[in-house]
Write a protein that binds this ligand. Structure first.
Ligand code: C2O
Ligand code: CU
Length: 594
């Protein structure tokens, strides 16, 4: 996979003065650099995880921080390096698991950091060491993967540069990076409880959208006076707090920048724009794409991109500052857009003279979003997909009700992660750890009406797992449907652990297995790890089950996964030898000693 793109023209060297602060910072804080086995280096990080007061949108909250920072520290390594993260959980009453989103974990599936799948949770007071290789250059991130810990602010950027002496596929002078997120004032724990309660309580739309962990809530909307605040009845809100100062992107006139964008939103799909500047898309989820010029970019939760932006030699109207915005797309927006400021030169980050650009399309304009998705194709030279697949699985996405509580289900099964993680359960044949029934590979396609709320909203809880012959090629068709609400079907960004997949196509309505595959893009389908499933539509993807382990495949909307919207894959377990003891010790692995 290392050389997925053959063409890598020269890149101008990057003067240190033009690197963004996080870049320089990451280079300085790497504690230890020693030579690794395959010629790469070993980069060692020591993290302390704890609760902390923070005011991401000026409203003070308790977040999960790493080394006292929010977002967490940026990991920056080169392709082929080994990342070692020694993580100490200092939270007194909450266990954690960290997932390295986009890392394929070949040979180390036990360090994938997926609750219920790859490891036991890291209990209060414990230290756990993750150790894995950064296989492929690109823009990635990490986030908590237990309960709603992403919603609690537990994430950061993970950037993998090309190997030493290797040229990037495009040129640029400087680099910038933004991690996007949505933000709630209700705690993640309370949100999680609401989703499991009867009556069910939905998390609602976010209070703010954040860029690099910074947003702005209107403090006058936080009701109550000083007395209430002192009594703890009203959260503190301080618009002058440094933590909610808007993000500033600084550029020098005439230079070209690579802007890395990643969305770790819990719920929202976003549309990103830079006022009066277009963007050339060059990378998606750590894979090169054919360059395409856009004035705005949709980002679904779990996706990452690199775009190139050219700073004007002389900005129009002599302006020195421009708006950078992110609007909610795909859901009825109830949240004001995220705002950052692009600043030319070394001047002050004054408020731009214009008003921020509006959203480029209506929130429910699926055709607009679909058009953009279809513009993203693999760069020439990317590994093409196998010409055919060994099996096809059609996954119907439905909203259901189980014992009165709203759930999401895939082919009528709502996932409940087992107490014993799948990986050790499979490896050691712990038969009682999960349900061994083979899950359905389709739904009653001829009779199911995807345009109406389900006739029978009941679904079943389950822990089934799809097991694939090692190295086989699998086609997945994600099929959307009407939710429990009339005339409503939601966007679901699906993310696969352990693999990239080729996106073969999108369609509206019910997938037709006879006709639709004829229109699959087998020529230049993009390689991704996350893909949107549009309202009332289908999305087709292909991947090769060539990574021994057990892997989550789920909707990246955190509340949806919490409500059961995911499945698990496994392949090649027989090729794994030793499982680290540190990853076990819960459920049936408590008494079972390898
Ligand atoms: Cu970024 Cu399983 O998720
Ligand atoms: Cu979803």
């Amino acid at each position: 996979m290392a050389a997925s793109v053959a063409y890598r023209p020269a890149r101008r060297p990057l003067p240190a003065s033009l690197m963004s602060k996080p870049v320089l910072y990451a280079m300085v804080v790497v504690a230890m650099v020693v030579s690794g086995a395959q010629g790469g280096s070993v980069k060692h990080y020591k993290w302390k995880v704890d609760y902390q007061y923070w005011s991401p949108d000026c409203v003070e909250k308790v977040i999960i921080s790493i080394n006292g920072q929010y977002p967490g520290p940026t990991i920056r390594v080169r392709e082929g390096d080994t990342i070692v993260v020694e993580m100490e959980n200092l939270m007194p009453t909450e266990a954690v698991i960290m997932h390295w989103h986009g890392m394929q974990q070949r040979g180390t599936p036990w360090y994938d950091g997926a609750g219920g799948v790859s490891q036991c949770a890291i209990n209060p007071g414990e230290t756990f060491v993750y150790r894995f290789q950064a296989e492929k250059a690109g823009t990635y991130f990490y986030h908590g993967h237990l309960g709603l810990q992403r919603t609690a602010g537990f994430y950061g950027s993970l950037i993998v540069d090309v190997g030493r002496g290797v040229q990037e596929a495009f040129e640029y002078d400087g680099e910038l990076s933004i991690l996007l997120n949505d933000w709630w004032h209700r705690s993640a724990i309370e949100q999680g409880l609401g989703l499991y309660s009867d009556p069910f309580r939905w998390v609602g739309e976010p209070q703010s959208l954040l860029m690099e962990g910074r947003g702005k809530y209107n403090c006058s909307l936080v009701s109550g006076g000083d007395a209430e605040e002192a009594a703890g009845d009203r959260p503190r809100c301080d618009e002058t707090n440094k933590q909610c100062k808007p993000l500033v992107l600084r550029v020098q006139p005439g230079l070209k920048y690579r802007l890395r964008l990643a969305s770790v939103t819990s719920l929202s799909s976003l549309n990103f724009q830079i006022e009066d500047h277009n963007m050339t898309l060059v990378e998606a989820d750590g894979n090169y794409v054919e360059e395409v010029v856009l004035d705005n970019l949709n980002l679904y939760s779990g996706e990452s991109y690199s775009v190139l932006i050219e700073a004007y030699k002389q900005p129009p109207g002599g302006r020195k500052t421009f708006w950078v915005t992110a609007h909610v797309q795909g859901r009825l927006p109830k949240t004001t857009p995220a705002l950052a400021i692009l600043v030319y030169g070394d001047g002050e980050a004054t408020t731009p003279v214009s008003s921020p650009p509006l959203a480029p399309a209506a929130w429910n304009d699926t055709a607009f979003s679909l058009r953009q998705s279809r513009m993203i194709v693999a760069k020439k030279g990317t590994i093409p997909p196998p010409a055919s697949s060994d099996q096809q699985i059609i996954l119907l996405n439905t909203q259901n009700r189980i014992n009165g509580v709203i759930k999401w289900a895939i082919n009528n099964i709502s996932l409940v992660p087992p107490t014993t993680p799948f990986l050790p359960a499979l490896k050691f044949g712990l038969k009682l750890a999960f349900d061994h029934t083979i899950p359905p590979v389709s739904y009653p396609m001829t009779t199911y009406d995807i345009f109406s709320p389900p006739k029978n909203p009941n679904a079943n809880f389950g822990t089934q797992i799809y097991r694939f012959p090692f190295n086989s090629t699998v086609d997945i068709i994600l099929q959307n449907a009407n939710s429990l609400t009339v005339n409503n079907s939601e966007v679901h960004p699906w993310h696969m652990h352990g693999h990239d997949f080729w996106v073969l196509g999108y369609g509206h309505g019910k997938f037709n297995p006879e006709v639709d595959p004829q229109a699959f893009n087998l020529k230049n389908p993009p390689l991704r790890n996350t893909v949107p499933l549009y309202p009332y539509g289908w999305t087709a993807l292909r991947f090769v089950a060539n990574n021994p382990g057990a892997w989550f495949f789920h909707c990246h909307v955190e509340a949806h996964l919490h409500m059961g919207m995911g499945i698990v894959f496994a392949e090649g377990i027989e090729h794994l030898d030793r499982l680290p003891r540190s990853t076990m010790g819960c459920g049936l692995t408590k008494t079972w000693l390898p």
